[in-house]
Design a protein around this ligand. Structure first.
Ligand SMILES: [Zn+2]
Length: 237
């Protein structure tokens, strides 16, 4: 009986350690994921900005093409001026030239606006590229550290799991099952120390008769209040 209790106490100690290793490992993984998520987020912004710059540059190129064509037209019409015979036609052609020139000026202004937009976006792009580089630099250094920590903790975890298996193998299945259920439901504390007639798992007084029985270590006792498996305040032997 005492042996079973000692094994259970060993098991709980190992399980608590395993559970703490698992929590730490989850933190490491989460931190690694955060780097990836951050990089993905900034990269998405970069892609979007690049797309916007492309669109603006394309629109600017189209405007430029139209402008060149229109300037050609003006030159051609102007070349016709000396050959014009009637005053009426002359006025009409001058008006045509004037309208074309005004329209060209409009287009030039539109192009300038696009160029300014592109310049602003390029500033944003530079900022995001710097941000991404900073994330990557940090993630490279810390990422290598985290991967090392994950590897090391995995080795410890494997070792503890093996020890755990060998301890568990010595305990009756029904008792193990009870222990597991309690370990899960009672926040990693399936066994509770009983001292001065009280369960230290829930700090409630135990019936005196039960406490006496517990001290004799003849059978498994559970706390009537929190259900934890009780062990007496004796040195493990
Ligand atoms: Zn209790």
């Amino acid at each position: 009986m005492q042996n079973k209790m000692n094994l259970l106490r060993d098991l709980q100690e190992i399980d608590q350690e395993i559970s703490s290793i698992e929590t730490t490992r989850k933190d490491y993984s989460d931190e690694l994921d955060t780097f990836e998520a951050d990089a993905t987020r900034v990269q998405a912004m970069l892609d979007q900005l690049n797309g916007e710059v492309d669109q603006l540059q394309q629109a600017e190129a189209e405007l430029q093409q139209g402008l060149l064509k229109e300037r050609d037209n003006v030159t051609r019409v102007e070349a016709r001026l000396p050959e014009i015979q009637t005053q009426k036609e002359y006025v009409a052609v001058l008006k045509e030239i004037d309208i074309a020139k005004k329209s060209n000026k409009d287009v030039e202004e539109q192009m300038q606006a696009k160029q300014q937009e592109v310049a602003a976006l390029e500033e944003d792009l530079q900022e995001k590229q710097d941000e991404l580089a900073a994330i990557q630099e940090k993630s490279e250094a810390r990422g290598a550290e985290l991967k090392k920590l994950l590897d090391e903790s995995e080795k410890v975890l494997l070792k503890r799991t093996k020890t755990r298996e060998s301890v568990a193998a010595e305990l009756p299945v029904s008792l193990l099952r009870k222990y597991h259920t309690l370990f899960k439901r009672r926040g990693g504390l399936a066994l509770a120390l009983a001292r001065n007639g009280a369960c230290l798992g829930c700090n409630m007084q135990l019936p005196p008769q039960q406490y006496n029985k517990l001290l004799q270590v003849v059978e498994i006792q559970t706390c009537p209040h929190c259900n934890r498996i009780l062990y007496a305040d004796t040195e493990k032997s």
